[in-house]
Each structure stands twice: as structure tokens, then as C-alpha cells.
Ligand binder design. Structure first.
Ligand SMILES: NC(=O)c1ccc[n+]([C@@H]2O[C@H](COP(=O)([O-])OP(=O)(O)OC[C@H]3O[C@@H](n4cnc5c(N)ncnc54)[C@H](O)[C@@H]3O)[C@@H](O)[C@H]2O)c1
Length: 254
């Protein structure tokens, strides 16, 4: 019999899942059998992504959520519990980045990047932790970036925010391992999403960028979602506090 990843009975929250990597991840988790809560500041995107899942027979709801707001994060966890009774998986995917030289960044730019990317991850993680602790089961997967591991010019504050998420991943993993909650991170290379288009074009386009990647191509959202599925499943039960690159070999950090 073929081996498959089965998430039946599991409930997942994916933030920023109205489009891009988050949307692809939500679809994949649903195809593996999870019931999925799509959280996005874009209410129409969240609704449409949930409808796509229901269209193939999956179970999903869309919840308009601004992850920068702790009240929204609590309401999101509450919606998951009211609709599906548990929270097993959290994918902290929502992020925001400003592509500028650091000398041109304003305090408002820092604030916007840090609030979504770092505080958003803290807010939603905090909101789901009681349910996961009580269940003695949890899988938290944080979207990081190689920018947060090796630093990227023009993405300095984003690099700082993702570096913060990476350290948070390791620290939280040490705190909550005793409750059978794992916390891991994935660091994608440049991935074809709506949010990355401006960066890809501004940096000279796909063909030029792909030369820096041993696999000679940029990522598709499915390249990233597949790794998240593994980290969200029991296949990764004995791995926690780790950051995994899915970046076509761009970085070879452990
Ligand atoms: N695309 C890439 O090249 C790349 C590379 C490395 C890491 N990442 C990371 O992967 C993740 C997804 O990236 P993407 O390219 O799919 O992004 P995207 O910009 O295409 O989509 C991001 C989603 O997050 C939502 N969002 C923004 N602010 C929000 C908020 N305050 N509350 C809730 N939702 C909010 C947006 O509405 C959007 O639907 C991010 O964490 C990003 O940092 C992406």
C-alpha cells in the first residue's frame, strides 16, 4: 500500500491564506483531510479560498483576520474552536515586506513590516497555545525566509522580522515540547506569488534570479506547501525547533 499523509480529524489555521503560499498550503492541508480555517486581512480572499476547498469536498471557513491585532487573533482561535472543536495545526504565513534601501526606510515602514511579520506570528501563536496545550498536541509551522537567516539587501527590516520569527521558533519549541507541540520553520527561496512579483521584476526578472539557485528555477507555491504539509503532519513528530530551507539550494545552512 502506498504511504500517504493523512490529516483527517485535524484542524488547521493558515494565516495570510487568501492567496500565494498560504492559499496553496490551505488547499493541500484540506486535500490531506484537515478542516481548515483560512485567515486573511482580505475578507474576499479568505472567503474565495475557503470556497475553493469546499468545491472539491473539503471543509473550510474563511475568517477575516488582521494578525497585527491580538483581539482578531483571539477571535480567530475562537472561530476555529466553535466551528471545528480543536486546533491542531497553525501555519503562521501572513507577512509584509517593503523593498527599499535601509537608508530610505521610515519608522512607519519598520512598524508595518514588524507588526505583520513578527507581531502577527506572536499574536496568533499565543491565541492557539491554550487549546494545543490542553489537547497535548500541536504543530506550529512558521514561514521564515532565507532573508532572516543570511540577510538580504533591500529587505533589511523584513530580514530582522524573520530573524525574530526564527529565534521565536526555537525558543517556543523548547517551552512547549513537553505538551507534544512542535514548532518548526520553513525558509522558502523566491517563490512565484502575487506578493513576490514586484521583487522579482525589480531584481531583474526570473531568468536572472534563477542563476543563483543550484536547481536553476524559482519556487512554485506547491514546492513550499509540500514541506509545510510534512511539518504539519505526524511524519515530522520528532523534529522541533528547526528551520528548513526550501530554496533550491540557494542556502546550504543546516
Ligand atoms: N514569495 C516569496 O518569494 C517568499 C520568499 C520567502 C518567504 N516568503 C514568506 O512566505 C509567506 C507567504 O508569502 P507570499 O509570497 O505567499 O505572500 P503574498 O503577499 O502573496 O500573500 C500574503 C497574504 O497575507 C495577507 N496579509 C497581509 N497582511 C495581513 C495581516 N495583517 N493579517 C492577515 N493577513 C495578512 C495578504 O492579504 C495576502 O493574502 C510570507 O511569510 C513570506 O514572508 C515568501
Amino acid at each position: 500500500m502506498a504511504i500517504s499523509i493523512d490529516l483527517q480529524g485535524r484542524v488547521a489555521i493558515v494565516t495570510g491564506a487568501g492567496r500565494g503560499i498560504g492559499c496553496e498550503t490551505a488547499q493541500l492541508l484540506a486535500r490531506a483531510g484537515a478542516r481548515v480555517v483560512i485567515a486573511d486581512i482580505d475578507a474576499a480572499g479568505a472567503t474565495a479560498a475557503a470556497e475553493q476547498i469546499r468545491a472539491f469536498g473539503g471543509e473550510a471557513i474563511g475568517v477575516r483576520t488582521d494578525v497585527t491585532n491580538p483581539d482578531d487573533a483571539r477571535a480567530l482561535a475562537q472561530a476555529a474552536l466553535e466551528n471545528f472543536s480543536r486546533i491542531d495545526i497553525l501555519v503562521n504565513n501572513a507577512a509584509r515586506w517593503t523593498t527599499k534601501l535601509f537608508k530610505d526606510m521610515t519608522p512607519e515602514d519598520y512598524d508595518a513590516n514588524l507588526r505583520v511579520t513578527l507581531y502577527g506570528t506572536l499574536n496568533v501563536s499565543r491565541a492557539v497555545l491554550d487549546a494545543m496545550t490542553e489537547q497535548k498536541y500541536g504543530r506550529i509551522v512558521n514561514l521564515i525566509s532565507d532573508a532572516g537567516r543570511i540577510g538580504e539587501p533591500y529587505l533589511t527590516v523584513y530580514s530582522a522580522a524573520k530573524g525574530g520569527v526564527a529565534a521565536f521558533t526555537k525558543a517556543l519549541a523548547k517551552e512547549v515540547g513537553r505538551y507534544n507541540i512542535t514548532v518548526n520553520g520553513i525558509a522558502p527561496g523566491i517563490t512565484h506569488t502575487p506578493g513576490a512579483q514586484e521583487f522579482i521584476q525589480g531584481a531583474g526578472g526570473e531568468e536572472k534570479l534563477a542563476k543563483a539557485y543550484p536547481l536553476r528555477r524559482l519556487a512554485q507555491p506547491s514546492d513550499i506547501a509540500n514541506v509545510i504539509l510534512f511539518l504539519a503532519s505526524d511524519m515530522s513528530a520528532y523534529m522541533t525547533g528547526q528551520i528548513f530551507s526550501a530554496s533550491g539550494g540557494y542556502t546550504t545552512l543546516g
